[in-house]
Design a protein around this ligand. Structure first.
Ligand code: SF4
Ligand code: SF4
Length: 335
């Protein structure tokens, strides 16, 4: 499929009432937003600072509204096509698919979402870190969940995409497009083989996972305690941070109100506070340790893959200059 056909395909999706959301360049920044015209999409390979997270796990949502004893959950979700999802963000979606497996709100959204990945490697990859993978295409497609995948041709100037499908939904959509547009179909189906590679859990992940417990007293966390200002920026940009808070909000009308869900950050002091003012995470060192422990021990224990996809976004936004790959090196080198 060349770029012109891709543009036709996007137009066709819009005609089918999909809201098409993808990377676009605005004021020198790559943002992920709904597009009007296919030509707006930016396939330069620059990783957007914000991930696709909010389109599957919204920053705010009303879970239900109540009136006396009666309450209604709104599970309607609009049709959306997320296009240009990087490998990093596809890995994050893989994690959401496990964590929110029984969440009806997430599932309703996922059912109405077409996920179109792309293989481009971010320009600032050298600033992030290659912890988990050396190859981005050959090695990992069968361990990701997507509907359609646009494989970028190696030559930068080529306008050809190699098309893969990863679900029945993706195959169906492309078959329909082929019939209606006369596009000569040339896509290959990839059978999902689960999140873990045949050779087992990632050895780097295992090394970090083994070194983490019992490290709270080391200088690593005391040093970060002095530097981290608990702004929570790293959790906002992180595609795999999904913690949230719940709040009931009564309306002025008697007996009416709603329950709201909102992104939260474990870096905030109130995050672990319970009735009576007790905090499970008492200081910055404990909170930042908890963040790393969650990503590199708790999630691997649960799913056997890491809770960090290695995108480097947290390092890019940290006002204190904390770099995750440096922290992980210190953990790995801990005696
Ligand atoms: S590199 Fe940072 S932002 Fe990216 S997934 Fe890992 S923890 Fe999150
Ligand atoms: S972005 Fe940096 S300073 Fe802010 S909470 Fe995260 S680690 Fe701390």
């Amino acid at each position: 499929m060349d770029k012109k056909q891709l543009q036709k395909f996007i137009k066709w999706l819009q005609e089918k009432n999909y809201i098409v959301i993808g990377p676009i360049k605005e004021d020198g920044q790559i943002l992920i937003k709904p597009i009007n015209e296919p030509s707006q999409l930016d396939f330069s390979g620059q990783l957007p600072l914000y991930s696709f997270k909010k389109f599957l796990v919204p920053s705010r949502e009303i879970l239900f509204k109540y009136k006396k004893d009666d309450f209604k959950a709104d599970l309607t979700a609009f049709k959306q096509a997320l296009i240009g999802v990087s490998i990093f963000d596809l890995k994050a979606i893989l994690l959401y698919n496990q964590v929110f497996e029984k969440d009806p709100y997430y599932q309703a959204r996922l059912n109405n979402t077409l996920i179109i990945g792309q293989s481009q490697i971010p320009q600032f990859q050298s600033l992030s870190f290659k912890v988990w993978e050396d190859k981005y295409e050959e090695d990992i497609l069968e361990h990701l969940q997507f509907d359609i995948f646009l494989g970028q041709a190696k030559e930068k100037k080529s306008s050809e995409f190699k098309i893969f499908t990863g679900s029945k939904k993706g195959q169906q959509i492309l078959n329909d497009f082929t019939k209606q547009s006369g596009w000569k179909s040339d896509f290959e189906h990839i059978e999902y083989a689960g999140p873990i590679k045949e050779q087992g859990a990632n050895p780097e992940m295992t090394k970090i996972k083994e070194k983490m417990p019992g490290s709270l007293e080391t200088d690593i966390w005391q040093n970060l305690d002095q530097r981290c200002i608990e702004c929570g920026k790293c959790t906002i940009v992180c595609p795999t941070c999904f913690c949230f808070s719940l709040a009931d909000q009564p309306c002025l009308n008697k007996d009416e109100g709603m329950r709201k869900k909102c992104w939260d950050s474990c870096f905030y002091a109130e995050f672990s506070e319970i009735t009576g003012g007790h905090k499970f995470l008492k200081n910055t060192a404990e909170r930042i340790y908890n963040w790393y422990y969650h990503k590199f021990v708790r999630i691997p224990d649960e799913y056997n893959f890491p809770g960090c996809v290695g995108c480097g976004r947290c390092s890019m936004v940290c006002p204190a200059g904390i770099k995750i790959h440096e922290v992980l090196e210190s953990i790995k080198n801990k005696k």
